[in-house]
Design a protein around this ligand. Sequence first.
Ligand code: SF4
Ligand code: SF4
Length: 371
Amino acid sequence: MTEESRGFLERERFRELFDRLLVRGYQTIAPVVRDGTIVYAEVSGPEDLPRGLRDLQTPGSYRLEAEESGRFFAWANGPQALKPLLFAPREILWETRRESDGALSFSSSSPSPRPLAVIGIRACDLSALALSDRHFGKGPFPDPGYALRRRDLFLVAVDCSHLADTCFCVSTGDGPEAQSGFDLALGELDSGFLVRSGSEKGRELLRELSLPPPESSMEEALKIQGDRARSSQTRRLPSRNLQNALASRPDHPHWNNLAARCLSCGNCTSVCPTCFCFSEREEPALDGCSSLHLREWDSCFTAGHSYIHPAPLRGETRFRYRQWLTHKLDYWHDQYGRSGCVGCGRCISWCPVGIDFTEDLPLLLGEADGH
Ligand code: SF4
Ligand code: SF4
């Protein structure tokens, strides 16, 4: 285990973190405001970050407004997690070409990513990353594109001090403080950041920054801030372990109530940091001489995702919603030893009709199932 180092980075010195990452050859990704939301994009310094803003999130709603502390991270999360940076929404897996002698040749397509440093990752998204690593990065056949993008990541996490109304990371055990999986973690106060290392790479960078040790009053203020954030979170899952709880209720009438509202749009799966469904297809060139084999994000909410000749297995929305929630909260325990939900709340904020499964679960787990 790596020994943890700590230091205090004054707000005025925040730029030095970006500069050190640049010197080390990283392309730096951090939160920025785009189209009224906070997303990850390449930045050149702290001036690009969403400073002095907070997010107001409720079921089916997300908006930003000014806040007075001037902090860089006075908001909870935006629609993106780390997922698109590692599991590309659309990528070419291989190309097929017809050569002049008529033979077919195949060439694989590998990304050649620059080392990325990502600043501002939340605790829930670190947990989601650990799950993605297990899904894509481990086992006998790791995904080559994912592994290449994952290899040189430098992760700077931020403890959440301003939770959204839609967050429920405390009940899933994933937040609000970053616990593991980061190189550096920041705890933000009005005057600056308490920085702690989580890896040898992080310790080295912290040493280069030559920060003074944090005062005990700062440590205390951060602890109070974290406790306050934790106790302000009211939304929760009824249990961290719902294994067999949903699969044993396939005919519960509340699935029909959910289906009556759900548009099967797939927004929830697009924003979910742990959803990993994809589909593959061929894209032939018009001259008939070559073809690209593509992988694209898909969703269990699309009819085509469960298509097995001659029809989709889940032809109705109630079967698709049931599949999504039952897999996420129930079958994941069989696959990965925990639920697939890290409590980020994105599927609640970004659902156009405001479906909030934390409110539906008690109804689904209730006795009105006819059994
Ligand atoms: S299911 Fe919803 S709350 Fe859970 S990780 Fe996915 S988007 Fe976040
Ligand atoms: S639950 Fe909401 S976001 Fe998900 S498919 Fe249904 S309507 Fe779309």
